[in-house]
Write a protein that binds this ligand. Structure first.
Ligand SMILES: C[S@@+](CC[C@H](N)C(=O)[O-])C[C@H]1O[C@@H](n2cnc3c(N)ncnc32)[C@H](O)[C@@H]1O
Length: 331
């Protein structure tokens, strides 16, 4: 008979296997005995893999706040967190809202470590009814929180070709962005006139027409189109920037900010947002001498370069392949 821990681990891995788990815990300094009663935030609860491991490191005196805007993820992970024995479990507070609300939900200077595991979970991708994937040919939705905002289909029916081309370039570094955007807008109009949904097969036909070169991998091009649209529909870059800015206020001096991203656009947003807080001087660049006092630095890098997953982890979990982990300390 399997024991309860093994069953939990299998359940978790089916939902989403946490990436660079040991590296994230180390980044948060959770092996430091003085922090077991501390306060931590997981901004991306997902299947609860990282939250579960953080909670297991904390004592009952500690507190873990976990955010997710996806109500299915919150329901799944809350059940999983409830399996931690009461006598061992820290205070666990779920925030079923977007992490851009971090500054409204968490007090300033109150937190020892904050984790972000950005993007979407394997479960969100694998559940074709969520419309996150081109496998299954379900209508395009792509929202993490289906109670809010507009679906990808509605967005494609309202956006101009220029704005869509900008999104394809900005969010996925797409070439031939304007050509793709024009075709996508045409299909959005045509399917609306025919009173039918825009399907992934419509998008695939456009990608194949715009990139006829058989050496280009259609699935990876399609994944980039989906990524670009998903990032717009969920306002992902604005969410990251707003939340990281709030995170700097929430952290105590010495607290850690640990951020894992999965593609270059996300990583650039993390790097650029944090870079603003790494500067001691915030004077305009054209000022010949510093007038601000030069004491504005609020973050410092813990590792000069981002941490990457091991070959062994990539072989075990292909989703880890593109992960980059950045660790900062509040100064
Ligand atoms: C990669 S998964 C996290 C997986 C989790 N670390 C685990 O080990 O199971 C990312 C999660 O963050 C959530 N998410 C992404 N952007 C968000 C945002 N702006 N606000 C709140 N949740 C967000 C997604 O809904 C998804 O469940």
């Amino acid at each position: 008979m399997e024991n309860a821990d093994l069953r939990q681990a299998k359940l978790q891995i089916n939902y989403h296997e946490p990436v660079m788990l040991a590296e994230c815990l180390e980044g948060l300094r959770l092996s430091d005995a003085s922090l077991v009663g501390g306060t931590f935030v997981d901004c991306t609860l997902g299947g609860g893999g990282h939250s579960y491991a953080i909670a297991n490191k904390l004592s009952p005196a500690g507190t873990l706040h976990s955010f997710d805007r996806d109500e299915e993820a919150v329901a799944f992970a809350t059940k999983r967190m409830a399996t931690i024995p009461v006598e061992k479990s820290p205070k666990f507070v779920v925030h079923p809202v977007a992490f851009a609300k971090l500054g409204e939900e968490i007090a300033a200077n109150s937190v020892d470590g904050i984790l972000y595991d950005l993007g979407i979970s394997s479960h969100q991708v694998d559940d074709s009814s969520r419309g996150f994937t081109f496998v299954g040919n379900n209508p395009l939705d792509l929202r993490m929180d289906r109670r809010e905002g507009v679906s990808a289909q509605e967005w494609l029916r309202s956006v101009s070709a220029d704005d869509l081309a900008d999104a394809l370039r900005k969010n996925a570094d797409m070439d031939r962005a304007y050509k793709l955007a024009t075709r996508l807008v045409e299909v959005a109009v045509k399917t609306a006139a025919e009173n039918r949904d825009i399907l992934p097969s419509d998008v695939k036909a456009i990608v194949e027409a715009v990139f006829p070169d058989k050496r280009r991998d259609v699935n990876s091009l399609l994944a980039r189109v989906f990524q670009a649209v998903r990032m717009e529909v969920n306002g992902e870059l604005a969410q990251i920037e707003q939340s990281l800015t709030a995170a700097v206020d929430c952290l105590k001096v010495g607290g850690r900010l640990v951020v894992m991203s999965y593609h270059s656009v996300e990583d650039r947003c993390v790097k650029d947002t944090c870079a603003k807080f790494e500067k001691a001087c915030i004077c305009p660049e054209n000022l010949p001498v510093c007038m601000c006092g030069g004491n504005h630095q609020r973050l410092k890098k813990v590792n000069r370069k981002p941490i990457l997953p091991s070959d062994e982890e990539i072989a075990r979990n292909s989703r880890a392949r593109s992960a980059k982990l950045r660790v900062y300390e509040r100064v």
